[in-house]
Design a protein around this ligand. Structure first.
Ligand code: ADP
Ligand code: MG
Length: 343
């Protein structure tokens, strides 16, 4: 099936997802997302914006006492409504996660072949010998010799360990891979190799991918679409290259490091750098949660919350300055008058 054909049920559809930790932190607030098989969605945002919380929620991996509402439809079935037996079946076999620190996720005292074989034995009716053989094949898929099944984690480099994590994620043939900052702990050359590997495997096997990173450039290289998160919300969403090169939301623009381009009115509003930090999710500011850091904030932004709104074909952004009414409301920055009068 080609990746452009129309599929009725998306691989993953997240509807109005909210996550509140036991202490009251509203880490995810009303997130809607969709991923089709063979498609790659990037989720960007600074540290603390709720990206990992969202990833963990998808497979119900959050600590007990965390309140999760909304719907997480994996192949049309709501993960939040599943019994535990079903949830366990979905983990690994429906969707699997590649975490950031491979060393922390691997068990130091077990051979990596056994660690890859473990979920296979748990989820598939195969003999231990067949599971070990499959572990070797998976290692080869991620570019390591099958004989490395006998190695212990400390005998591998950081990049090789991350390859093992990817092999584990693929072990039970999931439809969706969630990669949470899979290369952040690696050096730049290895980062590129790992990203290419994930991209290649996902494309070859027609899998869906959610790739999480604080780095918009990495995501725009790897993904079809991008969602930018701020304070637990998606504040912008659209085709990856368009969001990266022409972000509408002042926050996404700051993340993409956009600087003014001659003749481009919107880029004149680009904030130069971004002071401060995302808000504490237990004490969110009123109005638009980004307004205290926004160079373009209007008086109304301190009191009026902003929902995602249409921002061009296939694009959405949650900013009062977006769309036809937004342009009219935009503040006129020094030097922008002539650009506005000619637009
Ligand atoms: P990101 O992955 O974007 O860096 P996280 O999802 O890890 O963000 O965190 C989002 C917010 O939730 C942060 O403010 C963080 O402190 C808070 N948080 C994360 N895990 C917990 C937890 N187990 N209990 C309470 N708050 C948490
Ligand atoms: Mg994180």
């Amino acid at each position: 099936m080609s990746t452009t054909s129309i599929r009725k049920t998306p691989l993953l559809e997240v509807r109005d997802l909210t996550v509140t930790y036991a202490g009251g932190a509203q880490a995810v607030r009303g997130v809607n997302l969709q991923v089709e098989a063979g498609r790659k969605l990037g989720i960007a945002g600074e540290s603390g914006c709720g990206k990992s919380t969202l990833a963990l929620a998808l497979l119900r991996l959050l600590p007990a006492g965390t309140k999760v509402t909304g719907e997480i439809l994996l192949n049309g079935e709501d993960v939040l409504a599943m019994k535990w037996g079903q949830v366990r079946a979905v983990r690994w076999a429906g969707a699997s996660i590649v975490f950031q620190g491979a060393m922390h996720s691997l068990n130091a005292v077990h051979r990596i072949g056994d660690q890859i074989a473990e979920p296979i034995l748990l989820h598939k009716k195969v003999t231990p010998a067949a599971a070990r053989k499959r572990a070797g094949e998976l290692l080869e898929q991620v570019g390591l010799p099958a004989a490395r099944t006998d190695a212990y984690p400390h005998e591998l480099s950081g990049g090789q360990r991350q390859r093992v994590m990817i092999a584990m994620a693929l072990a039970c043939d999931p439809g969706l891979i969630i990669a949470d900052e899979p290369t952040t702990a690696l050096d730049v050359m290895i980062q590129a190799q790992i990203l290419r590997l994930i991209e290649q495997l996902v494309s070859e096997q027609d899998l869906g991918l959610i790739m999480i990173s604080h780095d918009l450039a990495v995501l725009s290289d790897t993904c079809d679409r991008l969602a930018v998160m701020y304070a637990g919300r998606v504040v912008e969403e659209g085709p990856a290259s368009e969001v990266y090169e022409g972000a509408h939301h002042p926050y996404s623009r700051a993340l993409s490091g956009a600087f003014p381009r001659i003749g481009d009115l919107s880029s004149r509003f680009a904030p130069q750098g971004l002071p401060g930090d995302p808000p504490d999710p237990s004490a969110l500011p009123a109005g638009c949660t980004f307004h205290p850091r926004c160079a373009l904030a209007l008086d109304s932004c301190a009191t009026q919350d902003q929902e995602l709104r249409d921002a061009g074909p296939g694009r959405q952004a949650a900013c009062v300055l977006v769309g036809p009414e937004g342009a009219a409301a935009a503040p006129v920055l020094p030097g922008a008058e002539e650009a506005r009068s000619t637009s």
